[in-house]
Write a new protein. Structure first.
Length: 150
């Protein structure tokens, strides 16, 4: 067999094997994501708030162990304390990120201005126009990601 034909055949077989194993792995992972509801997790969705009830809730790991009501109460209190701590950390992170963003934006603008200074005036104007288009497109993508209707 000619070397080129043999190479193409081997490449096709490797691609077929990768594709087939991907399908099998995807099927196996998908079947693992939808476990049978236990008695403890079957009663839990009724206690969910209305907003959370719109999408199916994946059972928490500890729910799969069928904790007693006393264990569930202790777990809920632990989660409440940790949720408050995480909310405080999240608030702190958002504030720090807001401060960081101003510095970041300043460096980006200085870099863009320096690059524009390399070009003649007409080319620099085109560069700035392209940057404006890029920024508008990126802002629209971010807004679409944050839109809850998507």
């Amino acid at each position: 067999m000619e070397r080129r034909v043999r190479t193409k055949l081997v490449a096709a077989l490797v691609l077929g094997a990768v594709f087939g194993s991907g399908l099998l792995l995807g099927y196996a992972a998908d079947s693992q994501l939808a476990p049978e509801p236990t008695t403890a997790s079957a009663a839990a969705p009724a206690a969910q708030p209305a907003a959370a009830a719109e999408r199916p809730r994946r059972p928490l790991v500890y729910e799969q162990l069928a904790p007693t009501p006393a264990q569930t109460a202790v777990i809920d209190s632990i989660l409440g304390v940790h949720r408050a701590r995480m909310n405080a950390l999240d608030k702190e992170y958002r504030e720090a990120r807001h401060r960081y963003q101003a510095s970041y934006d300043a460096v980006v603008q200085e870099t863009r201005d320096a690059i524009a200074g390399v070009f003649p005036a007409e080319v620099a104007a085109e560069y700035r126009r392209l940057l404006t288009e890029f920024d508008m497109r990126r802002e629209a993508e971010r807004a679409a990601e944050q839109d809850p209707r998507n």
